[in-house]
Design a binder for this molecule. Structure first.
Ligand code: HEM
Length: 425
């Protein structure tokens, strides 16, 4: 890596990074031309308006994710909960609930390793495998509700309620209470991604208090009456370790609640939209279900639900020919690395048989690699199997909006997906 003091962005023919803005909803929704321009011209690019460094190409992104000593998950500058208005919110939690403290995703090893060990124990493969019968029953119940209509609002009738109900049950609620979980998750994502008025922040604090006290009561119950579930595992998982405090438990729940809400629905929406765009892929999958595993990986590579998250440079460093001063905010662009032609030849092509789809960075990488990946993949496998069994000739029932996605800097949430189909079973 060469040491330069300014981003090295040679201007050649075609477009320049400056010709795009990630604040533009059209670029957010379809960022791929921008990503290729970055790969070609400036794999680590300082956005002129914000000073944020976008890390876009596969090798540089892997370097940054591996090098957590330099690219830290502890953030000082990111987030919108800052300034006078935020005090209303933060004081309310401090006085009547549990104030935010950084754990897991907002920590670096060795602190991170302590949280991660407990979370991995709680989120183990066996526990997820045991959920398969419940997932299958739920998916069929949801499909039963619209199958005779021959069409559905896929996002509202399937993509949200399916994983939402599963998570609600995992965190100790009754499945029928999933709209409560949804309200909590939407609240966390809202104040985490846009600046709010004092009034909005006051309301946001009340919703979060309801969430915190519900989780606290479930933890207290599991402490006294442990079960074979996630909440018991979190509260009891401390053999040989420091037990987690209620502040730490609350922060972990904050991450599970927000982390699982939009991601799996986004993956499912893009999966179905892919089947609609490429009916030959649907036919291949219907004939050979073992290909579903690759389909899931290729979808996560092609249209990553989490396009980018933040890191802070702890020290001065050089990456991809660009100098990054200590204290800079960096955006690790998983969605861009997944379209890097140097790693995935002809990266813009959806290829069900791509031999290295599973090298995508849609779930991040160690040490922060997504702990919900096994759960999410199992949900997708169950969902795609049931959809292929029961819904044939998948088509759009209404044209996709333009842009296709809601405004978001880091995620890829679809606005609308109305689907029509032929009932098979
Ligand atoms: C398709 C579905 C999903 C995608 C694409 C996804 C994506 C990601 C990514 C990219 C990261 C890395 C964060 C980083 O590098 O800082 C991550 C971490 C995380 N995800 Fe997911 N996720 C999904 C599902 C879930 C689910 C279902 C849950 C919870 C139930 C969840 C909870 C978390 C948590 C708690 C972390 C932080 C882990 C750590 O810092 O050690 N995710 N996820």
């Amino acid at each position: 890596m060469s040491a330069t003091t300014e981003p090295k962005c040679p201007v050649s023919t075609g477009k320049r990074p400056e010709d795009f803005s990630l604040a533009d909803p059209a670029v957010q929704s379809s960022p791929y031309e921008f990503y290729h321009t970055l790969h070609e011209k400036c794999p680590v690019y300082k956005v002129p308006e914000t000073g944020i460094y976008l890390i876009s190409s596969y090798p540089e992104l892997k370097d940054a994710l591996d090098n957590y000593g330099t690219f830290s998950n502890v953030l000082e500058r990111a987030g919108v909960l800052q300034g006078e208005n935020a005090k209303v919110f933060l004081n309310t939690l401090d006085e009547r609930g549990w104030k935010h403290i950084p754990t897991l995703q907002r920590s670096d090893p060795p602190n991170h390793s302590r949280y991660r060990k407990i979370v991995d124990r709680a989120f183990n493969m066996k526990q997820v495998r045991n959920l398969q019968p419940r997932m299958t029953a739920l998916v069929n119940e949801l499909i039963d509700k619209f199958i005779d209509r021959g069409e559905c609002d896929f996002i509202e009738e399937f993509a949200f309620p399916f994983p939402g109900t599963i998570i609600a049950e995992l965190v100790g609620l009754d499945g029928s209470e999933w709209p409560r979980y949804r309200r909590w998750a939407e609240n966390l994502l809202a104040y985490g991604t846009r600046v709010m008025t004092v009034e909005e922040l006051r309301e946001a604090a009340e919703i979060e208090l309801e969430m915190q006290h519900t989780y606290a009561a479930i933890f207290e119950d599991r402490r006294k009456n442990p079960r074979e579930d996630l909440m018991s595992a979190l509260v009891m998982a401390y053999e040989g370790d420091e037990p987690l405090t209620m502040h730490e438990l609350q922060n972990l729940m904050h991450q599970f609640t927000a982390g699982g809400y939009e991601t799996v629905p986004s993956a499912l929406n893009h999966g179905i939209w892919t089947l609609i765009r490429f009916p030959e892929v649907a036919e291949e999958l219907r004939a050979d279900r073992s290909l579903i595993r690759n389909f899931i990986d290729e979808c996560l590579r092609w249209e990553a639900p989490v396009q980018g998250l933040y890191r802070t440079a702890k020290t001065d460093t050089d990456l991809g020919g660009t100098h990054i001063p200590a204290g800079s905010l960096c955006n690790v662009r998983y969605g861009a690395a997944n379209r890097d032609n140097s790693q995935f030849p002809d990266a813009d092509k959806f290829d069900l048989h791509r031999p290295n789809s599973n090298q995508h960075l849609g779930f991040g990488a160690v040490p922060h690699v997504c702990p919900g990946a096994v759960l999410g993949k199992q949900e997708m496998t169950v969902a795609y199997n049931a959809i292929l069994d029961r819904m044939g000739d998948l088509q759009l029932a209404a044209p996709m909006p333009d842009p296709v996605h809601r405004t978001s800097f880091g995620f890829l949430p679809m606005k609308q997906l109305r689907v029509k189909f032929r009932k098979l079973a």
